[in-house]
Design a protein around this ligand. Structure first.
Ligand code: PRX
Length: 577
């Protein structure tokens, strides 16, 4: 299993010059001294991202370029974002929203989304970004669990918010409501633009403790409802240094992170990391489309581009002729996250962009990058890279013993990095599960390390599905499936897929009186799409008379997976007759 293929770095003036040296000498205690608050303890992420730059030469630098297929085409300087986020902070304060309250933002990618996130953070409230594709069930679970008091959304998405089931929700701010504000349900409705126009540009920032709540990202596990992963302001230390050294951001860069802020990549590296470094960010609205994406790089002269394997695979599938239509010569640094980056894709990137694609590994729970490929080091295609300085990564067995090179085990991190999640909302037991092996954070991924210290991803230890870089919990999909009148039982697995990494496949046993049919399949798929989210709906359904279950009634997903892959089913001693 020797990995001999290496792609050497292109010599350049990178922010990080020597990885080995940095790994030996780096300490988080030193690293945090770039922030003056490291002495006082009082801090605010939004101030560090935006306002701080307005006190120096970046005041009138463009912080955000936004455009979308509908024709919006705008730009905002750091100073403009400061004023707008101040206004939004004042809007929330007027409604009585205060430090520690949860404010959710359920909007498509747009300047209003970014202003809302920053303004919420400025008053010390905890922001919860919601992906725009979420349907009613997913929206309800997240707002109910977090007891959000305020929501920013738009009239198109509002019907997916079950207000009557959300007693804590008091204020709904609608972007583009015009004069037709809804009423009733014990909730105040407001028009974003009117409130913003009336609000003052001056705001007393809420200075919080570094351990105070910043952002709540819901993510999926193999059991139960989605988990609210809480991050705190202290995470900025790691956002800053990883964006500086891994994204290699410099003052003249034009940076594009393609992730939506509904996912952690879209906040840690679509907001915090780049803006802490004073970088110019590009945000493109609308859906993925190869021409649109290449045109975006050309339009803005994007230099640093952070995306995901599924997107690269779809671009690859669109063909090299599409690439040739555009001038992509500004690109100097490309990175990837979210799922395994195939060596084939890395080789394709070299061919068409003339650039290496740098893989990075991390999770919602880790808050920031942990294992990465730096521009100054050799890439081994197929490997996630090496631990960021200050991060101790290891492969351990169930008892916490570190395993030698090439032995597969739990990918684990020594506890105590700045951006680590601080709790799972309302679920301490779940939180503690990550730390069940003393001294370690257990990621749930399996991997091995090679003799040069590179880490190689092997898969998830649990049943969590990674489809197009999005984490989907099988239990959540199964729970939704069994709500369909025809479905008696359902088991959901990830089926390997060349473009999406995995697709969701459901095995379904029907209730008496229902017959399998193509029509019923489509109806069940639509049902999940409308309740949960399009990306969480099965792409394949297989009807079975019975599903394999343990004696205690749990669906045995590993047996379903074995069926699917044509593999031996293994130990069936716990299976019911
Ligand atoms: O299984 C790993 C996979 O995505 C999981 C984390 O998903 P999420 O919390 O949604 O965060 C994604 C973006 C930070 C991991 O447990 N994953 C993430 N990056 C990689 C990866 N798998 C292989 N290679 C990666 N570079």
């Amino acid at each position: 299993m020797k990995h001999d293929e290496r792609i050497a770095p292109v010599p350049g003036d990178y922010n990080l010059k020597d990885y080995e040296e940095a790994y030996r000498t780096f300490s988080w205690e030193e690293a945090e001294k770039v922030f003056s608050w490291s002495e006082t303890g009082k801090v605010n992420m939004a101030y560090e991202c935006i306002d701080r730059h307005c006190e120096g030469p970046r005041k009138n630098k463009v912080a955000l370029y936004y455009s979308d297929p509908s024709g919006r085409d705008e730009k905002y300087t750091f100073y403009e974002l400061k004023r707008l986020s101040n206004k939004f902070g004042n809007v929330l304060r007027k409604f009585g929203v205060k430090k520690g309250d949860r404010v959710f933002v359920f909007l498509p990618r747009s300047p209003e989304l970014y202003v809302s996130v920053l303004g919420t953070i400025k008053i010390g409230a905890i922001v919860g970004p919601l992906f725009e594709a979420f349907m009613e069930g997913a929206v309800r679970d997240r707002l109910a669990d977090s007891e959000a008091v305020a929501l920013v959304t738009n009239p198109q998405l509002l019907p997916r918010v079950p207000i009557k089931e959300l007693p804590a929700l008091k204020h709904i701010i609608l972007v583009g409501a015009g004069d037709a504000l809804p009423q009733g349900d014990g909730v105040g409705f407001y028009d974003y633009h009117k409130e913003m126009a009336a609000a003052s540009e001056e705001l007393e920032i809420e200075w919080v403790d570094r351990e105070d709540g910043l952002i709540l990202h819901y993510t999926s596990g193999s059991t139960g409802k989605p988990k609210g992963v809480l991050h705190v302001h202290n995470a900025m230390i790691q956002h800053y240094w990883t964006a500086k050294w891994v994204l290699d951001l410099k003052d003249d860069d034009i940076y594009w992170c393609t992730a939506d802020p509904g996912w952690v990549t879209g906040t840690s590296y679509g907001i915090f990391g780049p803006w802490l470094n004073g970088a110019t960010c590009v945000v493109r609205g609308g859906r993925f489309n190869p021409d649109d994406w290449y045109a975006t790089i050309e339009k803005y002269g994007v230099t640093v581009w952070y995306s995901a394997p599924t997107a690269f695979r779809m671009l690859m599938a669109a063909g090299d002729d599409v690439v040739k239509k555009y001038n992509l010569s500004t690109l100097r640094h490309i990175l990837s996250v979210g799922e395994p980056l195939n060596p084939e894709v890395v080789r394709w990137g070299l061919k068409v962009f003339g650039k290496r694609i740098h893989d990075t590994w991390w999770m919602t729970e880790t808050g920031a990058m942990l294992i990465v490929n730096f521009p100054c080091m050799d890439i081994k295609p197929g490997s996630m890279g090496k631990p960021f300085p200050g991060i101790q990564a290891a492969i351990i067995d169930d008892n916490g013993n570190e395993l030698p090179p090439y032995r597969m085990g739990h990918l684990a991190i020594r506890v105590g990095w700045p951006s680590m999640m601080r709790k799972i909302w309302n679920n301490d037991a779940k939180y503690r599960e990550y730390f069940r092996i003393p001294g370690w954070y257990v990621s749930g991924d399996s991997a091995y390390r090679d003799e040069d210290g590179y880490f190689w991803f092997q898969g998830r230890v649990d049943d969590v599905i990674n489809t197009s870089g999005e984490r989907v919990g099988p239990f959540e999909v199964e729970s939704c499936l069994v709500e369909h009148p025809a479905v008696a039982e359902a088991g959901v697995i990830g089926k390997p897929d060349p473009v999406r990494g995995e697709i969701i496949k459901a095995f379904v046993a029907l209730r008496a009186g229902y017959e399998p049919s193509e029509e019923l399949k489509q109806d069940i798929i639509r049902f999940v799409k409308e309740r949960l989210a399009a990306h969480a709906a099965p792409r394949e359904i297989e009807f079975r008379d019975k599903l394999p279950k343990t004696r205690s009634g749990k669906i045995m997903r590993r047996v379903l997976k074995a069926w699917e892959l044509g593999l031996p089913t293994g130990d069936l001693s716990t299976m019911e007759d």
